[in-house]
Every structure is written in C-alpha cells, then in structure tokens.
Design a protein around this ligand. Structure first.
Ligand code: PEP
Ligand code: MN
Length: 338
C-alpha cells in the first residue's frame, strides 16, 4: 500500500504516518519527490486503507496490485540516479562499465585498466568468483583477484564492480568493490538478496537466464525492501530457442522497465550476444532504446582470455564504440561523461 501525502505536508504529518504504519506491523519507506512525498507500507500484515485516509496531510491511499511496490514509479516517479565516484546511471545519464570477464593476473588488469582509464572509463569490471557451467573451467582467483583489481583501480582512480556469489563473501566484497554484482544464476537467491538489502553500496542485479521482467523486478524489490535503495538492473539476455547468439538480448526490457520502475537499467551486450561482432551494434541499439548504461567486456588480448574471449572487445574497438555512443546519446536526450 502506498500513502501519498498532500503537497506541502509537514514533517510531523509524515512522521505520524510512518509511526502508524509501524504500529500496524508494516515497514515504512519514505520517498520524497519534487511534488509529493510517498510512503510505502510494506509487509505481510493486513492493513485497512481507511486507517490512513483520515490522517492529517494524507492525499490518497493506493492499493498497489502489482507485486513490486518500492521499485515502481508509483512509489517514486523520478528516476533513481546511482552515482559511483561521479559516474551516473539514470536520470538521463548513461554510465559505462568496462573490463575483462575475469581477473587473470595483475599484468592483465593493468593492461586493461591503463587503456580504459585513458579513454575516460570510470568503472572497471572483473570477476574473481566465476559461476562457470563446468566445474573444470577456470573458477576465478578469489580474494587475490579482488585485491589485484582494487590495487590497479586505485592507481587509475577507477571504481570496481565484481560478482558476489554467496552471503559469506559480502564482508570481503565490501572491502574491495564499489558495486556488488549479483549474477544471472543468483538472481533468485533470495537469502543473498536479503543480505545485500542491508549494505550501503550499490547492487547490480543481472536478469536471470529464464526470468520474466516481473521476477527480475521482484528480485530488486527484495533489496529495496530491506532498506538499500541503490539498485541497478542489468539486462544480459535470456534463454530462448535461438542458437545464433549465446542468449537473446531483450532490448524491449528497456522501455518496459523504464515505464514501470524508477531504477536504472543497463545492458550487457557481451553476455547478451556472446560474439564480439554483435556487441557493437547491440550497444548502439541499447543507447538508442533509452538504456541508462552499458557493461561491456573488454580484454587487452581477447584471443588469450581465460574466459569469454570471443565476446570481449579489443580496447581500440571499445574506444571507437564510445565515440559512436557519445554521438547517439544526445539524440535520445541523454548525457554521457565522455
Ligand atoms: C558476468 O558478468 O561476469 C557474468 C557471469 O554474467 P551473467 O551473470 O550475466 O552470466
Ligand atoms: Mn563473461
């Protein structure tokens, strides 16, 4: 249930509504908008809307029929902007994340980071704990990998994103990483999501391999409902009957999500297509379709990459792509930092 306060409602009136929500056994989440303050009353306890309609300062009480509430635009009409060391996602900003699939060595991260930083990239990616289909594939360097990417990122003043696979790893990730990534295979690991709802760093949730947009938004709802409002959604392709590409990149999810949710949505065309020559056109299409950012795999020497070389761009190719993206962004009223 959402309680919309009148324009100009006082702080005392807002606090009073919050108190009543809590007394009724629900959690209260306040969204302060430009025009109205909206208070979400979330939880399983049944509540009667009439108990709120007559409280001072209340404009209207909305029963939300959609399963997601805090991620919805009804709760928060304005775009959420996630700002990571000055790189912004949402609210008309296109944020970029680039880097190798996995951290292989300090030399490899140094080679990627030095070039990416010289192009103006602000956030580097790299997996240290890799969810591989085969137990015999390279599983990542673990904490050693996180130490490497943090050290190199600090040298070039970059922020870092990396995938956290389980609850016990969260404290370690908080030491080294600026955005905690939840992988497609973990999108519905609800215990992990609940723990990430209590941290105060942004979380990027990748869409599950066979998840509907609603299920994906519900995964984000888990994080917001625990108090962490900093969530980035990442579309990375879904499993369909099509075999020409690794996954089917659902770019339609951009306008669908933008309409119903205030959260930023970014696109990962690398996992979405699985092939380097498809990454460039799909990146351009993503920006044209209104995405809030892109996460792209870039490797200094993709032909020797331990993981996902075929879908990793060469650094120069990425630089060329950035220049093209910067031309498309203003056409769709978006800003890029480059
Ligand atoms: C990744 O981004 O490193 C990754 C493993 O992607 P996904 O979870 O989308 O498969
Ligand atoms: Mn990868």
């Amino acid at each position: 249930m959402l309680i919309v306060m009148r324009h100009g409602a006082s702080e005392q009136q807002i606090n009073n509504v919050v108190e009543v929500i809590k007394k009724k056994g629900r959690d209260a989440h306040v969204s302060t908008g430009d025009v109205h303050t909206v208070i979400g009353a979330v939880g399983a306890k049944p509540v009667d809307p009439r108990d709120f309609e007559l409280l001072d300062g209340v404009k209207e009480v909305l029963k939300i029929s959609s399963s997601y509430k805090l991620v919805s635009r009804i709760f928060k009409p304005e775009d959420t902007i996630i700002d990571v060391k000055g790189e912004k996602f949402g609210g008309g900003n296109i944020g970029l994340i680039a880097g190798p699939c996995t951290i292989e060595s300090e030399e490899q991260i140094e080679a990627a980071a030095s070039k990416l930083a010289s192009y103006g990239v602000k956030i580097i990616r790299g997996g240290a704990f890799k969810p591989r289909t085969s137990p015999y594939s390279f599983q990542g360097l673990g904490e050693e990998g996180l130490k490497i990417i943090r050290k190199v990122a600090d040298k070039y003043n970059l922020a870092v994103t990396s995938e956290v696979m389980e609850i016990s790893q969260i404290p370690m990730f908080l030491k080294y990483v600026d955005i905690l990534q939840v992988g497609a295979r973990n999108m519905q690991n609800f215990n992990l999501l609940k723990e990430l709802s209590h941290i105060n760093k942004p979380v990027m949730i990748k869409r599950g391999l066979s998840a509907t947009i609603e299920e994906w938004l519900m995964a984000a709802e888990y994080i917001l409902s625990g108090g962490n409002m900093e969530v980035i959604l990442c579309e990375r392709g879904i499993r369909t009957f099509e075999r020409a590409t690794r996954n089917t990149l659902d770019l339609c999810s951009i306008p669908v999500v933008k309409k119903v949710s205030h959260l930023p949505i970014i696109i990962d065309p690398s996992h979405g297509t699985g092939l380097r020559d498809k990454v460039v056109p799909m990146s351009l299409a993503s920006v044209a379709a209104g995405c809030d950012g892109l996460m792209i795999e870039v490797h200094d020497n993709p032909d020797c990459a331990l993981c996902d070389g075929a879908q990793s761009l060469y650094p120069e190719q990425y630089k060329d792509l950035m220049e093209k993206l910067a031309k498309i962004a203003p056409v769709v009223d978006k800003k890029m930092n480059y």
